[in-house]
Design a protein around this ligand. Structure first.
Ligand SMILES: Nc1ncnc2c1ncn2[C@@H]1O[C@H](COP(=O)(O)OP(=O)(O)OP(=O)(O)O)[C@@H](O)[C@H]1O
Ligand SMILES: [Mg+2]
Length: 263
């Protein structure tokens, strides 16, 4: 299996605090990879390093073998990495369709000046972007809400719009930072099924996810982090059975055994 994403001893510190240390991730093409870990483990920092929002202190990020570290976020986006945020970040005052059209900006191919002047090429490009954005909304099950103001929708719906917007740049790799945070079980399963549908359409996904059941049901591979380091890599079942992972989540490994035997 060839790798779409690799990190090689990736590291980032904030002052004296090591947020990510010696992290080696390997995400094959067409895989749903999970990133787990207790609060403060460094998961969002990894997403920020991969998307270029933060610059790594050490190590490399390779997308299809091409180094990404040190590139600005828009270059990384153009190379094929898109992301969503742990806290939904949509533009206020914009419709659902407009939010997703904004995410298609990388694909436009006409100048902003041509758009302002309303030149025919710009109008045609605008229609193409609009039609693409509608397709993306259809993929996330939100096409019938296209004309509504995004801020009037539920949290779960806003998360779907954010995913559609991220898909607008036509990524190879989609990074989702806690896409099911604040959702009930039914909404969370919906996101899991959406992620599977994206994977089955050829997308590779790396998602930060706290919910163990969702990770077990929807992730092909998992990396569990604690204090910036990878504790375990493997299938969800392998990772959850790992004594270091049990210790990180439940305290000492033998405590975890005792807690499980009580259930
Ligand atoms: N910009 C920053 N400046 C200083 N410290 C930071 C910064 N971003 C993150 N940290 C610290 O780095 C560590 C890892 O944070 P990070 O947000 O990556 O954790 P996380 O695994 O995403 O946690 P959570 O599950 O709570 O979202 C934490 O101790 C955090 O306080
Ligand atoms: Mg986080």
């Amino acid at each position: 299996m060839s790798l779409l994403l690799e990190t090689d001893d990736l590291g980032k510190s904030f002052g004296g605090l090591t947020a990510v240390a010696d992290l080696n991730l390997a995400v094959p093409h067409g895989c749903v990879a999970g990133l787990m870990g207790p609060n403060g483990a460094g998961k969002t920092t990894v997403i920020n390093l991969l998307s270029g929002l933060l610059r790594a202190d050490r190590g490399r990020v390779l997308l299809d073998g091409v180094p990404m570290q040190g590139l600005p976020p828009h270059h990384i986006a153009a190379a094929g990495i898109a992301r969503t945020y742990q806290n939904v970040r949509l533009f206020s005052g914009m419709t659902v369709l407009e939010q997703v059209m904004a995410g298609c900006f990388l694909r436009r191919g006409t100048s902003l000046m041509a758009s302002f002047l309303g030149l025919p090429a710009a109008r045609a490009a605008h229609r193409a972007v609009q039609s693409h954005a509608l397709d993306l909304l259809d993929r996330v099950g939100m096409a019938d809400r296209a004309e509504e103001l995004a801020e009037t929708l539920s949290y779960g719906e806003q998360r779907r719009i954010e995913i559609a917007r991220a898909l607008g740049s036509n990524p190879k790799l989609l990074l989702l930072d806690e896409p099911t945070a604040g959702m009930n079980a039914q909404e969370s399963d919906g996101i899991g099924r959406l992620v599977h549908a994206l994977r089955d359409g050829g997308m590779t996904v790396l998602m930060v996810e706290h919910n163990v059941r969702l990770v077990m049901d929807f992730c092909d591979r998992v990396t569990v982090m604690n204090f910036g380091r990878a504790l375990a890599n493997g299938t969800p079942a392998e990772c959850m059975a790992h004594p270091d992972v049990q210790a990180a989540y439940f305290g000492r490994a033998d405590d975890a055994e005792r807690i499980r035997s009580l259930r």
